[in-house]
Design a protein around this ligand. Structure first.
Ligand SMILES: [Ca+2]
Ligand SMILES: [Ca+2]
Ligand SMILES: [Ca+2]
Ligand SMILES: [Ca+2]
Length: 318
């Protein structure tokens, strides 16, 4: 009797372990649909902020991964559409702007057949600091929401840069960071923080989330020569895949100091965006956006850095 119930318990445990194993496998399949298993990038930022500023948020995205039909897929040209989706719609997976004027993701959004040659005839192709051109800004009416000193950064002032919103499908022209369009009880902003799809119910997929933890530091031994606010940001488990083809961006003109989408074969581009705002004692100072592009390969795991590694993109009103 005793041995019988013991065998029964053991079988139950084995069955449960098997079941957990299967569940984990299916979760991974749902999230990562690349031909290669993802590698993970992480690192530590030690930031000495400019005087009078405090950190509003840090967001990180691998711009060479896009959400496709079956999860995260390779997006070689960083236009927000995976290579596989582009082939389905007859777009070029190695051109951000197959028709030359707006990024392919916006092309599909405004012209669902992927045929957007006729959109925006006369506009300025030169890119703003974070990779948008005036054709895209005018098409999305980003220039009419708020008259920021620099356009195309965080036009709606919700803390998520326009580029990330376009790549992931949230609204760059509407403050929607606290919205939850996919009703998974994770707000859009939280989805950006953990790297999940803001347009797809995925509350139960805890498996492949990444983490970004920012903490204000008061320890005098941390950045001892910093006279202003000090922050430590821990970034972990940002997924990347190593099978990307080389990408050379030929869309529009890239201005000095603005984000470039080009990168070598086998590498992914991980973009870190900082939004800083005036601290309580500062008046007449506007919020600012800084960015850092990190080219990551299979041999390099580190996103370590300091504030001086970041490029100033511009100021926003909110
Ligand atoms: Ca693409
Ligand atoms: Ca493309
Ligand atoms: Ca925004
Ligand atoms: Ca959500």
């Amino acid at each position: 009797m005793k041995i019988g119930s013991w065998v029964l318990s053991l079988s139950f445990i084995l069955f449960s372990l098997l079941l957990i194993g299967f569940q984990n496998c299916s979760k991974i399949d749902l999230e990562i649909a690349s031909t290669e298993e993802p590698l993970f990038a992480g690192g530590k930022l030690q930031l000495c902020l400019p005087n009078g500023l405090t950190l509003e948020n840090v967001l990180v995205q691998n711009i060479n991964l896009a959400f496709g039909n079956s999860g995260l897929e390779l997006d070689s040209d960083a236009d927000g559409l995976s290579d596989a989706s582009e082939r389905i719609f007859g777009l070029d997976p190695l051109k951000r702007m197959t028709f030359g004027k707006i990024s392919d993701r916006l092309c599909l959004q405004f012209s669902p057949n992927g045929n957007c040659q006729t959109i925006t005839q006369n506009c300025d192709y030169s890119t703003t600091p974070l990779g948008l051109n005036m054709c895209e800004i005018e098409l999305l009416h980003l220039d009419t929401i708020m008259p920021h000193p620099t356009q195309g950064l965080d036009s709606d002032g919700d803390g998520v840069i326009d580029l990330f919103e376009i790549l992931r499908g949230t609204q760059p022209n509407e403050s929607d960071a606290t919205d939850d369009p996919d009703r998974d009880l994770i707000t859009n902003f939280q989805e950006f923080q953990i790297g999940s799809n803001p347009l797809r119910f995925n509350a139960r997929n805890q498996q492949n989330q990444f983490t970004i933890e920012a903490q204000r530091m008061t320890d005098p031994l941390f950045l001892p020569n910093c006279p202003s606010e000090k922050w430590e940001v821990l970034i972990d488990r940002i997924p990347f895949v190593a099978n990307a083809k080389e990408f050379i961006d030929i869309s529009g003109s890239s201005n000095e100091g603005s984000l470039s989408f080009s990168r070598p074969r086998g590498a992914n581009q991980i973009l870190i965006a900082l939004k800083v705002k005036p601290d309580l004692g500062s008046s007449g100072v506007l919020p600012k956006i800084y960015f850092r592009s990190k080219i990551v390969t299979s041999h390099e795991y580190s996103l370590d850095g300091q504030f001086t590694d970041f490029t100033f993109a511009g100021e926003v009103f909110k």
